[in-house]
Write a protein that binds this ligand. Structure first.
Ligand code: AMP
Ligand code: ZN
Length: 116
């Protein structure tokens, strides 16, 4: 299931170091290497799916798993009261730079809208 040369598959498989904050059999969450906010965690499915646009029908259950983990991590990080943002960048104009689908959990400062 892991894609050769995919950096996020390697993180999920423990082949390269990262600061993992949550993992189960379907989802892995780890600290973003270049944080854009006091809390910046990436949440990925273990399954290699390049992008949100590549999801097949059976993959959509993973979004519920990712959201469940995001809400739990937001609470653990103390973000529940003030709020947070959960973001997916899809494709080049969406700003996606790593081709293994991931959600950014951002919080701990006032975020602006639109994101630019
Ligand atoms: P995106 O631009 O939405 O594709 O987001 C990719 C994110 O992955 C960026 O926020 C990067 O800082 C982050 N990133 C890239 N390589 C690593 C890595 N090895 N460990 C943790 N985060 C990474
Ligand atoms: Zn991958």
């Amino acid at each position: 299931m892991a894609q050769k040369d995919c950096i996020f598959c390697k993180i999920a498989g423990g082949e390269i170091d990262s600061e993992i904050v949550y993992q189960d059999d379907r989802v892995v969450a780890f600290q973003d290497a270049n944080p854009q906010a006091p809390v910046h965690i990436l949440i990925i499915p273990r399954k290699h799916i390049p992008s949100l646009k590549d999801f097949s029908e059976e993959d959509f259950d993973l979004l519920a798993d990712i959201h469940r983990v995001a809400v739990k991590l937001a609470d653990k990080e103390g973000l529940t009261e003030e709020g947070f943002r959960l973001v997916n960048n899809c494709g080049s104009q969406g700003g996606q730079t790593v081709d293994h689908v991931h959600y950014h959990l951002l919080g701990g400062r006032q975020l602006t809208w639109p994101p630019g």
